[in-house]
Design a protein. Sequence first.
Length: 360
Amino acid sequence: MRILWLAHRDPMNPRAGGAERIIREVGKRLAMSGNDVTLLSGGWRNCIKYDELDGIHIIRIGYRIGPHLQLPILLIKNNYDLVIADLGHAVPWISPIILRKKTIVSFLHLHSRSLPGQVGKLMAYSITAIEKLYFIIYHKSNFVTISQTSFNDLLGLGLRANRILVINPGVNSDLFISGTKTEHPTIVYFGGMRPYKRPEEVLYLLRGLLTEFPTIELIMIGDGPSRSYLEKLCSELKLTKNVRFTGIISNEQLAKTVSSSWLNIHCSVTEGWGISITEAASAGTPTVAYRVPGVSESVEDGINGVTVDDGDRKALVLAAKTILYNPQKWWSSSIEVAKKYSWDKTAEMWNNLIHRIADK
């Protein structure tokens, strides 16, 4: 089958995240199954237009608007059997609907929850209004979403339940494997450095742990628009001796660091799922997090971590202490949770849906 996957970023984009992880893991397995998979996305400065990754053909056009302008031409010139329209960045793909192409919509989470503090009021209002139009634009399309929370959000937008399929993200258990933990307590953050991810909460958590764990180290992995603010706040809170900013590192380095850490911290406003939480669990590292949409599903309280009321910093500190004082049992039980998820299973569910829709 010829499949065209539409996304605003591709997995090789410097700003790629969880949405792009799903595209790569599912897309490469679809390609391995004999499907011809093409990904149309926006690019970045000095990127190449045509590329290939794990059997996925990548076409990069412009930045945000470029893929939308190129799409009608691509659809007219090529006889794709099916289109996957990724809504990881809110703006809907209209051309497949206008040209009556069979379309599956990939929906991760409701963007309106993560907009405050990231964009102005006018932009937030516009994006929220666009999301409310999904049920009109895609009323005949099937949706794939990644959690029960997102399933309920789609129902709230007016989509019909029989057109929505929940497919949880998988985990790369060959990469994220349990290993030797550091001698002294180490906590890790690799959830993204953007305002709605609230990485600053991890620094406040660290400050609350120092009295009882003076040798503890926090490793902040990644980069993003919040990086400079975090470094400044780290200095203001007098935490520089206990914090290490790694910047962007390889997947192998990431997995090794997560595996050696005692605890993972996740403080996002909202998530579709919380892929980093499942990855940490696979590496034998539990998570402490705020109880927010999506995260409350990827963290099984008392097994692969603890969630607390959103914004309750004192409770977050207490939850971290609970794990740090008796970590071994959490390391073992976290791995058991991660065993429930696999990218092979995720891709198989996608493949079955694709063939069912294409054969109609």
